[in-house]
Design a protein around this ligand. Sequence first.
Ligand SMILES: [Zn+2]
Ligand SMILES: [Zn+2]
Length: 251
Amino acid sequence: MMRLRADLHIHTCLSPCADDLMTPKTVVKTALDRGLGLIAITDHNSTQNVEATVAAAEALPLSVLLGIEITTQEEVHLLGLFDNCQSALAIQEIVYKHLTPGINDEKLFGYQYVVDQDDYVIEENKRLLTGATNLAVDRVASSVQALGGLCIAAHIQRERFGLLYQLGFIPEKLAIDAVEITSDVSLLQVAKRFGCSIDFPVVYDSDAHYPDDIGKMTTTFEVEATTISELKMALKGISGRRIITGDSADA
Ligand SMILES: [Zn+2]
Ligand SMILES: [Zn+2]
């Protein structure tokens, strides 16, 4: 079994709100410097920099998941994580089809650079990636699952774009694999604050927008491989796979 420190929520220079220095090479180098073994690239409503980052990590001891942070019609952020390019492309198509049309104002929101594995700019994405899709929370979750992905409710402790703040509860039977916390609070504290019970595994991630954020919050996975099915087993704590977080260390 491998033991990997993971940060599954990292933006690149494709996200308008992320630092332009968040290029594939910088993200990969910083992740390695901080002892991470697994990361996920999760730009807002786009997967266009995921393959470049996977390529930048090739032959290095770092696994990169192909991810996306989707804005639902309720203005909730959900992460979709995949281990293959076809699924990442497929979710991209669904999201672009349902994304509110609009042009990014780079002076106002920031640049959206699509880059290659050597950090060269291929193009500027002009879509309004900060906008919402017209896909409801359950539709996004089921689309991610149908494509073999892992679905995580992002930064649930936060007010802006957090599932609990936006909806006030976690819908029964919502097809998410985990909830995510991106600050130094426990799941119990979050549940108390929102007055609800949270019966999902919790992962801790950084939601990095700047190189210095990478690896600030992490979750340790014990798995045989960095496939989505292995990560799902770890989240469920079955077949000897498991996750280790600050929460479970306290328990
Ligand atoms: Zn978010
Ligand atoms: Zn994010």
